[in-house]
Design a protein. Structure first.
Length: 416
């Protein structure tokens, strides 16, 4: 089923305005943003398959024509939202999950101005907040759309309007919506991080820290009694006050000069950050010190050189692929490596119902029990219709279905 088709996708844009999609009431098993409801890669659904048959779970349907890129799906009710490039433009689109991914609407976000450093196409996952959709294009176009129709409400250019500078492979952040504001990381001297009014896109505050933007996405955490926004920039993990963007603390060790990508983990009064390229990951305790804050390092380990697949905390244990592609379990409290296994490859992760869904960037998908007692595999299959690009979009589960995006293709599997 075609969703995008080059410049001809303009017809879908018109169709999306004439035939308004209906966003059903949000459900507890929706996946409305990057890494799920809490931005932690954890799906709360239960009753999922704990063992896959040979060949993997049942493929329900396939949609094609999503365009070029690595954008993952956001799902609310019976609507799926994502992004793709086609016809020289970036597109935001909505699919009807009750009709095997039939297009509902498509909206051009802007001309493709950034080539992705050899990996073209948008990377961000849209964020759905009620009837509004917020997303960021690879060149820095941050837009608010009506999630029902795709009609644009406002757009901000992070480079032109906020003085930002796109990193080498383009903007990849999935923006965070928190109450009345949208959080993003333009990078640079003027606005390393920024809070925008979600009604009109105007700046509420900016944090002129000076760090370049990386590829991570912001999380919110209450640390030492203060609500904060935390992210990994090109120079380190930073925490700023949620009320006004005042810089509070930083922890530089998890960053690297090539590409800092994973979203940070928040647990109690601690933050864990990691990156690949020979770096590793570490945990810090955020505490008050006089009138300010200090990030006290608890440990740092080279066994969590996480590139793109993200790290997930389940209880007191962290799971993530460490370069060059070793699924690793670490004790969060001590930093001790518990076990390592190469079979799932250099994978992105999703946790659901006691299992890790591990998607190797080469294509295979493995079901692994999330236990510190050792590596326990519960099934594996090779994704059909593989593109020639890395399989970087993270797997998503919503309403008992597993969604796998690979460039132009979206696959839907029954896992309940």
């Amino acid at each position: 089923m075609r969703v995008l088709q080059g410049a001809g996708f303009q017809g879908l844009w018109v169709l999306g305005i004439l035939i308004v999609g209906v966003i059903s009431d949000a459900r507890s098993n929706d996946w409305p943003q990057w890494r799920g409801p809490n931005r932690d890669g954890i799906c709360e659904e239960e009753g999922l398959l704990d063992e896959w048959p040979a060949g993997g779970p049942r493929l329900l349907w396939k949609a094609t024509g999503l365009g070029e890129g690595f954008s993952g799906p956001a799902i609310v009710g019976d609507r799926l939202f994502s992004m793709g490039s086609a016809g020289g433009q970036e597109w935001v689109f909505c699919l009807d999950l009750t009709k095997e991914g039939k297009p509902v609407w498509g909206t051009p976000l802007g001309q493709v101005r950034h080539k992705g450093g050899g990996y073209p196409g948008p990377r961000a996952t849209p964020t759905i907040d009620g009837d509004q959709l917020f997303t960021l294009g690879i060149s820095g176009d941050l837009a608010c759309l009506d999630a029902r129709s795709g009609k644009p409400a406002w757009r901000v250019d992070l480079t032109r309007d906020l003085g930002g500078s796109a990193p080498q492979w383009g903007y990849s952040e999935s923006v965070l919506v928190d109450g009345p504001v949208v959080l993003c990381t333009p990078g640079g001297q003027r606005a390393t991080m920024a809070a925008l009014n979600k009604k009109n896109g105007r700046p509420v505050w900016t944090a002129p820290i000076g760090d370049p933007a990386a590829y991570s996405s912001i999380i919110k955490a209450n640390l030492a009694g203060v609500p904060q926004y935390v992210t990994l920039t090109g120079k380190g993990v930073i925490g700023v006050a949620a009320k006004d963007g005042t810089p509070l603390w930083r922890y530089d060790r998890p960053a690297n000069s090539t590409a800092s990508i994973p979203t940070c983990i928040h647990y109690g009064q601690t933050i864990f950050g990691a990156s690949g390229y020979g770096t590793g990951g570490g945990a810090v305790w955020i505490k008050r010190s006089g009138n300010g804050f200090v990030a006290e390092e608890l440990y740092f380990t080279k066994d969590m050189q996480n590139h793109h697949g993200g790290v997930i905390r389940v209880g007191d244990y962290l799971y993530g692929a460490s370069n060059p592609g070793i699924l690793t379990c670490i004790n969060y409290r001590t930093g001790e490596t518990v076990w390592r296994e190469r079979k799932p490859g250099k994978c992105s992760l999703l946790y659901a119902d006691g299992m890790l869904y591990c998607r190797d960037e080469k294509g295979p998908i493995t079901l692994v029990e999330a236990t510190h007692e050792g590596y326990r595999e519960h099934g594996r299959f090779d994704q059909p219709d593989r593109s020639e690009r890395e399989a970087w979009p993270h797997p998503v589960i919503a309403d008992g279905k597993l969604y796998i995006r690979d460039q132009d293709v979206l696959l839907c599997y029954q896992v309940k």
